[in-house]
Design a binder for this molecule. Structure first.
Ligand code: ADP
Ligand code: MG
Length: 269
């Protein structure tokens, strides 16, 4: 479904200094249809760069990304994307936000309203359709962002730390709901996170990246049962898997911290 082969990326005009930045080096991965694939790595290691390349938002890179048979250089119609940062339009209501992409596709008004309302129900926002983003909590806004991506019926959903700004309980609950939605709609999901528990709770496989330049350090198969709800986090197996992922990540996190100190920008990668 999605193949990444030998992808490297150097930013010649970095946003954090004068030298060029080697963000990714020789990254390869293969995501199967219906799989929930997580990418975890230290801050600044190139996770967002990788998912943005997959999304077709960074057209120039070395190596190859393929979705189905096609090489990716621009946004692919099969792909939907959810970001960490607020990606709702503040001037549109909840339902207006979800309808946006359908408007762009010239879906007639009645049909797009029906679809948007269905999707809002699915993400647990039934009854909130006429609220504005400013009237919603952070978790609800992320539900809107998810509904907005899903209403376009993507085969592949790319998520870049979608729950990163949320408190832990909201994050666990939204994760559980995301799995339910996935079981119903059967998307393939590529999910970037810096949260180890979250990666294990949700995924079929977790890929650990090295500190910058981001390379593939290890890939773990998460053989926890499906369908899966959040009570899984209490199981012994869950704890073991979290330990394994952290085992691969620990050194890279330490390197990541050192890199941050060097750039001396108050914590910015
Ligand atoms: N558009 C850009 N131009 C220049 N440098 C960038 C750009 N985007 C990211 N970078 C740099 O690439 C590196 C990886 O960034 P990013 O992919 O955002 O990391 P992560 O998402 O893992 O925190 C960082 O050093 C960052 O400053
Ligand atoms: Mg990022």
């Amino acid at each position: 479904m999605l193949t990444v082969k030998g992808v490297s990326k150097i930013f010649d005009t970095p946003d954090n200094g004068t030298e060029s930045v080697r963000a990714l080096e020789d990254v390869s991965l293969d995501v199967k249809e219906g799989e929930f694939f997580s990418i975890i790595g230290p801050s600044g290691c190139g996770k967002s760069t990788l998912i943005r390349i997959i999304a077709g938002l960074i057209p120039s890179y070395d190596g190859e990304v393929r979705i189905g048979p096609e090489r990716v250089n621009s946004p692919h119609p099969w792909v939907g994307m959810v970001f960490q940062e607020e990606s709702t339009f503040p001037w549109r209501t909840t339902v207006g936000n979800v309808e946006f992409g359908l408007e762009m596709r010239d879906v007639p008004p009645a049909a797009r309203r029906t679809k948007a309302l269905e999707m809002l129900d699915l993400v647990g926002l039934g009854g909130f359709e006429h609220r504005y983003p400013s009237e919603l909590s952070g978790g609800m806004k992320q539900r809107v962002a998810i509904a907005r991506a899903l209403v376009m019926e993507p085969k592949i959903l790319l998520m870049d730390e979608p729950f990163g700004a949320l408190d832990e309980q909201t994050r666990i609950i939204l994760g559980e709901e995301l799995l339910k939605i996935r079981d119903k709609l059967r998307q393939t999901i590529v999910f970037v996170t810096h949260n180890i528990n979250e990666s294990v709770q949700l995924s079929n496989r977790v890929m650990v990246m090295t500190a910058r330049p981001g390379r593939v350090k290890a890939v773990f198969r998460i053989d926890l049962p499906h369908p899966r709800d959040s009570t899984i986090i209490a199981s012994e197996k869950f704890g073991q898997l979290v330990g394994q992922v952290w085992g691969a990540l620990r050194d890279e996190s330490l390197k990541g911290f050192k890199q941050m100190e060097k750039t001396n920008q108050g914590g910015r990668p």
